[in-house]
Design a protein around this ligand. Structure first.
Ligand code: PEP
Ligand code: MG
Length: 618
């Protein structure tokens, strides 16, 4: 909930909350609306309409003499916004730990934006240059920044990231405008227990303080699957469907609704049969959750006693508590890009040491695999360009350009700094170093030479290093690497199979392009054969091999991957319990037989039918 701090402002206008009825209103027909499933679980309850009064801004010019007073208004709104956000952050303490870990960084980002940020600097300039009111200056500057973020080159693995960053800027602008115009914030105080919150749009800051113990669920007209609001609702474990068009027009306060967060369906005034099915769904979901939670302490071992390593992928340190809670045995892929993102300068060696050390220490002796910078291609390289480390990168075929190891070998200073930082941090616990986007043996040799040089330099300097030094492994994520896996296995200390890029490059399908997304198929026999070839090359040399692409996170693919001989998987933390469940239900001989049958198939459809149980299903 965004706090209504301004005691002088009237209470927010909202739809009247009716007393919670236990049966649907007589005679109202059932109405099913589809949206985006963002947080699983089923909620049944009366509608609480959380409408919010809009803060309208009409473009307004001012006289030159008024710039000082408009700037003062802006400063006051910043101070008030800051106070509200600090209060909001203090209240996060009541949330479960994993929710706090998700939400705190966002509130911190907001706090930064109400400080001397690009938004505030731009708005101040606009007041004096364009002679407009503070609210006009804020809205226009925010729009300019959001448009610049959205126009940045698309990131292949996080297409929603730019949308989110743009939305953060707009969100903080809305807060400033609300404070400038004294428009009240939405309040959830007094929401009847067990209600379902329905509104057009829910800000991440609103979602942050919804009380999952009091509220049944959430559904909104707007919003997407990967926005911060969705991430927070998932973190809170609150059933939610977003992006349900015309929802708030159809759902009235007091109507009974069923929100099915797994299926992405909202049913208003459910018929008795729908209601009964939803109630059964609630019970089944609770049972499933309890079962998964119990798995945390159980070993990831097949029915016939084969031990399987289940680790987590980490993209930002805020995920660390989730990783521990999920029962992951370490980090199988730390994507170090976060250290270089959203900034205009490069992190120095010491800053990197501290970040890596904190992650390694938090794993309490479980191994951490740190992938060196996988930048280039569609990923944003703003900091590298500003620092003059890399040339202006061509936007032609970026995925086939200066990416990953290619870029690092061109920029030895950047590469050596990162390797030195990882080596220094690795005294804190078991660590491995992973090279992205390898295609040739020569790249691995060149990287190892550089790695050894850094080790010698650090030793000369008297830095403490672990003994032995961390293994140096490679991602198998290009067909070139997969098909020369036998030769690469002689150079690398371990393989991590990245099925996301491997699928993209094998099938010539951009993993971020929705026009061809139907063709993006990790179950294509060509992809599976490459996975098999690389796995066998590693196993022949008894070299560690894991899968860290999205394939590893799908429990329905676990028997196939086990049958191919894989025993190590890294995935988003929330997928660990389900994959563990699949491992524990598997028998390794059956998996081998099953994999053999799958690998005999020549077309993706029959593989899909075998693996997912039905043609076209997933
Ligand atoms: C992959 O390509 O499968 C992988 C794990 O790397 P990323 O998703 O970071 O490109
Ligand atoms: Mg990749």
């Amino acid at each position: 909930m965004a706090p209504s701090d301004d005691a002088a402002t009237p209470p927010p206008r909202r739809l009247r909350a009716a007393a919670a009825p236990t049966v649907p209103a007589q005679g109202s027909p059932e109405c099913r609306l589809a949206g985006i499933p963002v947080s699983p679980g089923i909620a049944i309850g009366p509608v609480f309409g959380a409408a919010e009064q809009r803060a309208e801004v009409v473009r307004q010019k001012i006289a030159a003499a008024d710039t000082a007073s408009q700037t003062a208004r802006l400063e006051a709104a910043m101070a008030q916004s800051r106070k509200q956000l600090l209060k909001l952050r203090a209240r996060l303490g009541v949330l479960p730990e994993d929710s706090q870990a998700e939400i705190t960084p966002l509130i911190d980002a907001y706090l930064q934006m109400v400080g001397p940020s690009r938004l505030v600097r731009g708005a101040r300039r606009r007041i004096s240059d364009m002679l407009v009111t503070a609210e006009t200056a804020v809205v226009e500057t925010a729009e300019e920044i959001a448009a610049a973020i959205l126009a940045m080159p698309a990131s292949d693995d996080d297409p929603a990231g730019r949308e989110r960053r743009a939305e953060e800027v707009r969100e903080i602008a809305r807060r400033l405008v609300r404070n400038l115009t004294h428009t009240p914030f939405r309040s959830f105080a007094g929401v009847p227990e067990g209600s379902v919150v329905i509104c057009e749009n829910l800000r991440p800051a609103d979602a942050a303080l919804l009380d999952p113990a009091r509220l049944a669920g959430v559904a909104t007209d707007e919003g997407g699957a990967d926005g911060h609001t969705a991430i927070m609702l998932r973190a809170l474990g609150m059933p939610a469907v977003l992006g349900v068009s015309a929802l708030s027009q159809n759902a009235h306060p007091g109507d009974i609704v069923v929100v099915d967060g797994g299926a992405g369906v909202v049913t208003i005034n459910p018929a008795p049969a729908t209601l009964a099915a939803a109630r059964r769904g609630v019970t089944a979901f609770a049972r499933e959750r309890q079962k998964l939670a119990r798995l945390r302490r159980l070993p990831a071992r097949t029915e016939d006693g084969e031990t399987v390593e289940l680790q987590a992928n980490l993209e930002i340190p805020a995920e660390l508590p989730l990783i521990t809670q999920a029962g992951a045995a370490g980090i199988g892929l730390l994507r170090s890009e976060f250290l270089f993102m959203n900034r205009e300068t490069l992190p120095d060696e010491q800053a990197q040491v501290e970040t890596y050390r904190a992650v390694i220490e938090s794993m309490g002796g479980d191994p951490v695999t740190i992938r060196v910078l996988d930048w280039g291609g569609e990923k944003d390289i703003e900091a590298l360009q500003i620092a003059g480390v890399v040339p202006e990168v061509s936007d032609q075929n970026p995925a086939l350009g200066l990416r990953g190891i290619r870029l690092l070998l061109r920029c030895p200073d950047l590469f050596e700094t990162q390797l030195a930082a990882i080596l220094r941090a690795s005294v804190a616990g078991p660590t491995r170093v992973l090279l992205p986007m390898v295609t040739t043996v020569g790249e691995v040799r060149a990287a190892r030479q550089l790695f050894d040089r850094v080790v010698r330099r650090l030793r000369r300097r008297g830095d403490r290093l672990p003994d032995p030094i961390p293994p140096l492994g490679i991602m198998i994520e290009t067909p070139g690497a997969a098909l020369s896996a036998d030769a690469l296995a002689l150079e690398a200390d371990f393989f991590a199979i990245g099925t996301n890029d491997l699928t993209m490059y094998t099938l010539a399908v951009d993993r971020g392009d929705s026009d061809v997304s139907a063709l993006y198929d990790p179950l294509h026999p060509a992809v599976l054969r490459l996975v098999q070839f690389a796995t066998e090359a590693a196993l022949r040399l008894r070299m560690p091999v894991s899968v860290c692409g999205e394939m590893a996170a799908n429990p329905r693919l676990t028997p196939l991957l086990l049958g191919l001989g894989l025993r190590s998987f890294s995935m988003n933390a929330s997928a660990v319990p389900r994959v563990k469940q699949a491992v524990r239900a598997a028998n390794s001989d059956d998996c081998v037989r099953f994999a053999r049958r799958v690998m005999e198939q020549g077309d993706p459809e029959s593989i899909r039918a075998l693996v997912l149980g039905q043609p076209g299903g997933d």
